[in-house]
Design a protein around this ligand. Structure first.
Ligand code: NAP
Length: 257
C-alpha cells in the first residue's frame, strides 16, 4: 500500500482583501496546505483561515529558502499593487526555488465622466501638486501612514489622514488623523467630505471596491483627485485579475481539480 501523498503546500503573500478571500476559498480543500504570509505592519490584522506567518523573510534569498524548506508547490503574490519590493522579491525567489508564481492584480481604477483626476507617479509628485494650494487646501490623504513623510514639508494645507494604525513618523504640521479600516460606503464618504470641508482628495490607484466609494463621492462633490499611479510589476509573472481566477490557477498548478 502506498503512503498517503503529502498535502500540496500553497503560500499566499497577503495583506489585502483578495489574499483573505483567496484563503477563504482554498482553506480546507482536501490535499492542500495553505499558509498566508503577512508583513506585520498592521497591529491587529484580520487573520485569514489556514496557517498564518507574520514578518519579512529576509529578502529574495530568505523567501527562496522558505519556499524550499517548507516544500511550497505554488506561490501566490496577493499583496497590494503598491507593495513593490515584496512582489519583485517573490519573482526572484520563485525563479530561484523553481516554484510556480501567480500575481493577483486587481484592475486599475478608471476615471468616469465628471472626474477631475490629476495623475502623478509618486507620493512626492502628489506633494508637489499640493504645494501651492491651487488644487485645494483641505486635503483628504488616503495613501497610508507609511508614506506620510512625503507630505511633511507642506505647512500650508490642512490634512485629514485616514489610516488603519496611527502614523508614527514625520507628517505635515496641520494634520488630523482618522483611524479606520475599509470597506467604506458612499454615504460614509460623502458625509466625511462634507464634515471636514474637504476640497482635494489624494489616493493611490489601489483598484478594487473596498475603498472606491471615495472616488464617487469626490466626483459628486466636484472635488479634484490626485491619483498616484502604480509602480511597475515584475516582468514575466502571470497575473490574475480576481480571486476566482487565482483559485483556479492554484487548483490547476497543484493538480487538485
Ligand atoms: P513592500 O515595500 O513591498 O515590502 C517591504 C518588505 O516587507 C519586503 O521586502 C518584505 O520583507 C516585507 N513584506 C511585505 N509584504 C510581506 C508579506 N505579505 N509577507 C511577509 N513579508 C512581507 O511592502 P509594503 O508596501 O510595506 O506593504 C507591506 C504589506 O502591506 C504588504 O503585504 C501589502 O500587501 C500590504 N499593504 C500595502 C499597501 C501599500 O500601499 N503599500 C496597502 C495596503 C496593504 P523581507 O524582504 O524581509 O521579506
Amino acid at each position: 500500500m502506498s503512503a498517503e501523498a503529502a498535502p500540496r503546500h500553497v503560500l499566499v503573500l497577503g495583506g489585502t482583501t483578495e489574499a483573505r478571500r483567496l484563503a477563504e476559498t482554498l482553506a480546507g480543500l482536501p490535499g492542500l496546505r495553505l499558509t498566508t504570509s503577512l508583513a506585520g505592519r498592521v497591529a491587529r490584522p484580520v487573520l485569514p483561515p489556514g496557517e498564518v506567518r507574520i514578518g519579512g523573510f529576509g529578502g529574495p534569498e530568505g523567501l527562496a529558502a522558505w519556499l524550499r524548506q517548507h516544500r511550497v508547490a505554488a506561490l501566490v503574490d496577493a499583496t497590494h499593487p503598491f507593495a513593490e519590493r515584496i512582489s519583485f522579491n517573490a519573482a526572484a525567489a520563485a525563479r530561484a526555488a523553481g516554484v510556480p508564481l501567480l500575481a493577483v492584480r486587481r484592475p486599475s481604477w478608471q476615471p468616469h465622466e465628471g472626474d477631475d483626476w490629476h495623475p502623478v507617479d509618486s507620493l512626492e509628485g502628489a506633494a508637489a501638486l499640493l504645494a501651492d494650494g491651487r488644487l485645494g487646501e483641505r486635503v483628504f490623504l488616503t495613501t497610508g501612514r507609511m508614506g506620510l513623510a512625503a507630505f511633511a514639508g507642506l505647512d500650508g494645507p490642512w490634512f485629514l489622514v485616514r489610516s488603519v494604525d496611527a502614523p508614527d513618523g514625520a507628517r505635515p504640521p496641520r494634520t488630523e488623523v482618522l483611524l479606520d479600516r475599509g470597506p467604506f460606503t458612499l454615504d460614509g464618504e460623502r458625509a466625511l467630505l462634507r464634515a471636514h470641508r474637504i476640497d482635494v482628495l489624494v489616493t493611490k490607484d489601489s483598484g478594487g471596491t473596498a475603498t472606491a466609494p471615495k472616488l464617487a463621492a469626490a466626483r459628486e462633490a466636484g472635488i479634484p483627485v490626485v491619483v498616484v499611479r502604480r509602480p511597475p510589476t515584475p516582468p514575466g509573472v502571470p497575473t490574475a485579475p480576481d480571486v476566482p481566477t487565482a483559485a483556479a490557477w492554484v487548483r490547476d498548478t497543484t493538480a487538485l481539480s
